[in-house]
Design a protein around this ligand. Structure first.
Ligand SMILES: Cc1cc2nc3c(=O)[nH]c(=O)nc-3n(C[C@H](O)[C@H](O)[C@H](O)COP(=O)(O)OP(=O)(O)OC[C@H]3O[C@@H](n4cnc5c(N)ncnc54)[C@H](O)[C@@H]3O)c2cc1C
Length: 291
């Protein structure tokens, strides 16, 4: 398959890219790593009149320490760069652990952090972990800038708060309190396939090891990232035990998610996977929180 015809713009600065988007609105689409957009063009699932290529805007590719201890990742940073970055490994170990789960080395060498977030695939790991880590997205247009928490950004399948004239320029992750652990677990039929089910957890403990706070976020079980709020409530202020974690995992799989049947897996099988993976992820996160 070949893409439909389009006009190609190759801006050399963010301002230039923003002016193209302001002029053309819904007729234009941003090209980042092209790992999702190009297949969509080839299948004619997207038919923009204009492509605005961000690949020469080098200012958007960076990883730096956040103001208050977290990490900031520019939208055009390639997955492969995030995977190898020492700041990410040190300050955001959940992201470091997640990167090799995304597709293949070849796709990670082109695909971008911002492209994955903006694309909002419900099976994308970065979508789920940005919610689990309470990340924030900086969106820029010609008329200004706004910051949107990850929890509010994803509106549904492939749908976000991004307006056609906006570019996602940066994702920032806050520092986590001491005694916080994390884990991501997923199952795919073959290595590097999109996961049938995945779950990211971030757990903070009180000084006496009771659970202070937990975030449990699923991928591939709904139209977007699914936060398991009821399961998190069953854990709050409780002492971790195998029975407690099993009960929380059961709540997550039965009450918090509503997966559907598709050609890849039945809803029942997805619930089963969700239960097993949640228990495993909570165990790992709590072990890490205890240090
Ligand atoms: C075979 C295969 C397997 C894959 N497996 C996985 C996987 O297991 N897990 C996973 O998470 N992903 C997977 N991917 C997707 C991959 O991670 C892509 O890199 C990612 O989804 C999109 O990033 P990109 O930079 O290539 O964006 P593009 O394809 O260039 O763009 C994607 C969309 O986002 C928009 N966009 C891009 N950047 C911005 C921006 N800065 N601001 C606003 N809008 C923007 C584009 O207009 C487009 O609509 C897979 C892809 C392939 C081809």
């Amino acid at each position: 398959m070949k893409p439909p015809p389009f006009e190609y713009y190759n801006p050399q600065s963010l301002d230039e890219a923003l002016s193209h988007l302001a002029e053309h609105g819904y007729d234009a689409k941003i090209l980042a790593g092209g790992q999702s957009l190009v297949p969509m063009l080839n299948f004619r699932l997207a038919q923009p009149a204009i492509l605005v290529d961000l690949n020469n805007i080098t200012d958007l590719a960076y990883i730096q320490n956040g103001d208050s201890g977290g990490v900031q990742i520019g939208a055009m940073t390639r997955h492969a760069q995030v995977e190898r970055d020492p700041i990410v490994a040190d300050r955001a170990p959940l992201i470091h652990e997640t990167m090799p789960m995304i597709a293949t080395t070849q796709i990670r060498s082109r695909g971008t952090f911002g492209g994955s977030i903006a694309h909002a695939d419900p099976s994308a790991e970065l979508v789920a972990i940005s919610v689990a880590l309470e990340g924030k997205f900086r969106l820029r247009s010609q008329s200004g800038e706004r910051e949107v928490p990850a929890a509010d950004f994803f509106l549904g399948m492939f749908t976000t708060q991004l307006e056609p004239e906006e570019i996602l320029v940066e994702t920032s992750f806050p520092t986590k309190p001491a005694r916080t652990g994390w884990a991501i677990k997923e199952i795919a039929r073959r290595p590097h396939d999109f996961a049938l089910v995945g779950v990211a957890t971030v757990v903070s403990l009180h000084a006496d090891d009771r659970i202070q706070n937990s975030r449990i976020v699923f991928l591939s079980v709904g139209d977007g990232p699914v936060v398991a709020e009821k399961a998190a409530e069953t854990l709050r202020d409780q002492s971790p035990s195998p029975e407690l974690l099993r009960a929380a995992a059961e709540t997550a799989a039965v009450e918090d998610i509503d997966p559907s049947n598709d050609i890849h897996a039945s809803a029942e099988f997805r619930r089963h996977l969700a239960k097993v993976l949640t228990r495993q992820a909570l165990e790992t996160a709590i072990e890490r929180a205890k240090g």
